[in-house]
Design a protein around this ligand. Sequence first.
Ligand SMILES: [Zn+2]
Length: 419
Amino acid sequence: MFDIVISGGSVLTRTGIEQIDVGIADGFIAALGSGLEGSEMIDASGAWVGPGLVDLHTHLREPGEEWKEDIATGTAAAAAGGYTAVVAMPNTVPAIDNAQIAFYVSERARRIGYADVFPAGAITMGRLGEHMAHIDELWDAGVRIFTDDGTSLDNAAVLRLAMDYIANLGGVVAQHAVDSTLSAHGCMHEGTVSSRLGMYGIPSEAEEIVIARDLALVRLTGVRYHVQHVSTARGVELVAAAKADGLPVTCEVTPHHLTFDHNDVETTDPDFKMMPPLRSETDREALREGVRDGVIDIVATDHAPHAAREKEVPFEHAPNGVTGLEWAASVAVETIGDDMARFFEALSMTPASIGQIPAHGLALAADQPAHLVVFDPVAEWTPETTRSRSRNAPYLGTQRTGSVRATLLSGKITYEAGS
Ligand SMILES: [Zn+2]
């Protein structure tokens, strides 16, 4: 008799997809087989059972901006979205530029127990782009991804030095690829809609320039490089060309760039304001194609909560960002379709591998920690509530396909639909 049995689902195992049960005992996967009995049964008929999802790009806002989100509410939202591990962005207040804050974030998440949190470290002190952060001690604290996310690291000399340093350690440099000077006044994509609305735009070139410059430095330093929230067709082409050249490059796309485009900004609803901005229909199609063909390695949420009083202002004055943890899996399945292997690759296995996250993102096998998700790929649902502290999400009230039935972290149920 197992503690929990997940029965009747399509299970992603090391040897392929199989219709079997998963038996869980003492926090671990104890058996994969047929007719297993558990004290607690989770019905997975018609559903996919695989490794818990892993988000490489979450803003938990703690420490410093807990009115938007904190580690408890953010990881509760993560569990509801099928995630068992998230990488917390370092643009907190203060920034995660030293080991103490990194320890604080991961330890607090461990005590709360909704999801494992792996903090990313800032590349520069205070994310100011001038002097390298305490990269050695961050590394020793378990940090593997370094980024000044929220801001592009514009200074090529500082970036080169950091790349040399991080390459030597074996870490990843992740870039918020939006040129600061070209985006300085902009609040949406520069195109037909920004012309019509009379808003300052951000040209696609703001992304291309940063990626192209960085790729030259990747060639120079050999560092593993990850493009965060790619938003343009040309950005995807640059990554594809770099991969064809054998450079160690990966990239992510957000759910909102797969779902919406600059026409949605016509509403001037601040929930459609994000950085990089929603691009053209052509860009969105290229992003969707990129996820399907794998040029875009992963879907990452860029979950960016903001309080209502911050977002309920004129579009130009609103902060950038949208929440994403609870509907990213739906958007992914809407994009990828019924390719279960690609779904788990893009949302769990490859993010864990890029982020060097241990014990997550593994095809199921006996004796590994039971970090699992049960996901129904065809269930239709309409998100009305959220476990996040913030509600800045244009997905609320819209019908989505694909929903999480249950999430388990170390064999404990962290989310179960309808309970
Ligand atoms: Zn960013």
